[in-house]
Write a protein that binds this ligand. Structure first.
Ligand code: ADP
Ligand code: ASP
Ligand code: MG
Length: 416
């Protein structure tokens, strides 16, 4: 009988030391025994990538400006270690396994260093090895190769995306994401013990939760799974479990019943920037957000105040690490004469909290419930944005946990 392909991905805590790598090898061995040819995607050991990022920053002056090609050369290396170690342990267990770095596959990406997108994964190299008897390909997650032949990385948390992309390219029966929680919860279980594990979550909801900060899956991985119809499961690498364990990320139609709000997400590392006294005239937004985009600043929320005497304030949020870059871009635009403003202020102590649910499309009153819950706890809202299935607010970071818990209670997420 033809062997089927399975993708298994193990995150940082699941491969944090050799003992854990041995546990991973056992799990992989069971799937090989069950008749699968397995592509295992591994992350770096937990904490490793942060350490590498820290070194890059230190080596390049500590201001967050560095050569992105060298950032990728350094930061991608953590995955090489875990891929090699897992291949060795699998071989010790008598399994024909080989490690593969991104460039060897090759996993081809764009040249957007630090947040490259996957363009193509030719299957010929791995297919030939599987045909030759290889049972497990251990792939270093998070990394690829640019058209120029340089190593790229896919953005933080990118191993999830590597895994889903392999599942799509190799037509795997499933993509199992093993992590340190046993599935996707109504909110981060580290913030409230009332968080409830979901058996199923719709792609659209998972996409919103991920992009609003729930780091259990990288946003891009959910996008790819949705586009290529990959069966995506999130499950614990620490618990033994049977069929139906974990959370299945699936099309909306496959969910029988759901709450109006299905989850609460947060993003801690936000900053609010305000340009005070910009001209109130056509083209001023383009004069602000054009240069920001060109500098690679990821702007999220935007509000413009009411104008007075031909001047107004423009407020927007950016990731806290990009404040120096955004400030430089704005000062550059001012210097070139396209933009006038009196002052630029940055509040780096803010966080974004969001509620998500496809039920919002057909239910009124979600915003009212959300704002009342925040009011009851004395949380001031700085900026609001909405889409069809989410509402986000920017608040003082010191209230973040409180706000998540209050909203989880207000929408009754503890109960199914
Ligand atoms: P890995 O290293 O396995 O990729 P991550 O740390 O990237 O793991 O993602 C798992 C973490 O995501 C969990 O430990 C949890 O704290 C966090 N998380 C945030 N929101 C959620 C959520 N809604 N459901 C489950 N986990 C969540
Ligand atoms: N090691 C990388 C990171 O920490 C990629 C990943 O874990 O998915 O971001
Ligand atoms: Mg992750």
């Amino acid at each position: 009988m033809a062997r089927t392909r399975l993708v298994m991905k193990f995150g940082g805590t699941s491969v944090a030391n050799l003992d854990r790598i041995r546990r991973v090898a056992k799990r992989v061995g069971r799937e090989v025994g069950a008749g699968h040819d397995v592509i295992v995607v591994v992350s770096a050991m937990s904490g490793k990538t942060n350490e590498l990022v820290g070194w890059v920053d230190e080596a390049s002056g500590g201001q967050g400006f560095y050569d992105a090609r060298e950032y990728d050369a350094v930061v991608s290396s953590g995955e090489n270690v875990t891929a090699g170690l897992l291949a060795l342990v699998l071989q010790e267990n008598g399994i024909d396994a080989r490690s593969w770095q991104g460039w060897q596959v090759p996993l081809k990406t764009t040249s957007a260093h630090g947040s490259a997108r996957i363009e193509e994964i030719p299957t010929a190299n791995l297919d030939a090895k599987f045909a030759d008897g290889m049972r497990v390909a251990v792939v270093a997650g998070f990394q690829g190769i640019s058209p120029e032949g340089r190593i790229t990385t896919l953005g933080r948390g990118g191993s999830d995306t590597t895994a889903v992309a392999f599942a799509a390219a190799f037509d795997a029966v499933r993509c199992d994401i093993y992590t340190d929680v046993d599935g996707v919860y109504t909110t981060d279980p580290r913030i409230t013990s009332k968080a409830r594990k979901l058996d199923r979550i719709a792609f659209e909801e998972m996409l919103e939760l991920a992009s609003l900060g729930a780091k259990v899956l990288q946003t891009r991985s959910v996008e790819l799974a949705m586009r290529y119809d990959v069966t995506l499961r999130v499950l614990s690498s620490f618990e033994e479990m049977g069929e139906g364990a974990g959370t299945l990320v699936c099309p909306e139609e496959d969910i029988v019943e759901s709450n109006v709000v299905s989850g609460v997400a947060y993003s801690r590392d936000e900053a609010q920037m305000t340009l005070i006294g910009v001209q109130d005239r056509p083209g001023v937004s383009a004069a602000i957000f054009g240069p920001l985009a060109q500098a690679g600043v990821v702007v999220d929320m935007i509000v413009q105040n009411i104008a007075e005497d031909g001047r107004t304030d423009m407020t927007f949020s950016v990731p806290v690490a990009q404040v120096p870059l955004a400030t430089k871009a704005m000062e550059g635009a001012k210097g070139s004469g396209d933009l006038e403003f009196a002052e630029i202020v940055a509040d780096t102590e803010v966080a974004k909290v969001s509620v998500v649910g496809i039920g919002m499309r057909s239910h009124a009153g979600v915003a009212a419930t959300m704002f009342a819950a925040l009011r009851d706890f004395g949380v001031n809202i700085k900026v609001i944005t909405t889409s069809e299935i989410k509402i986000s607010v920017l608040i003082d970071r010191k209230f973040m946990e409180l706000a998540v818990q209050a909203l989880h209670d207000a929408f009754g997420l503890e109960k199914a």
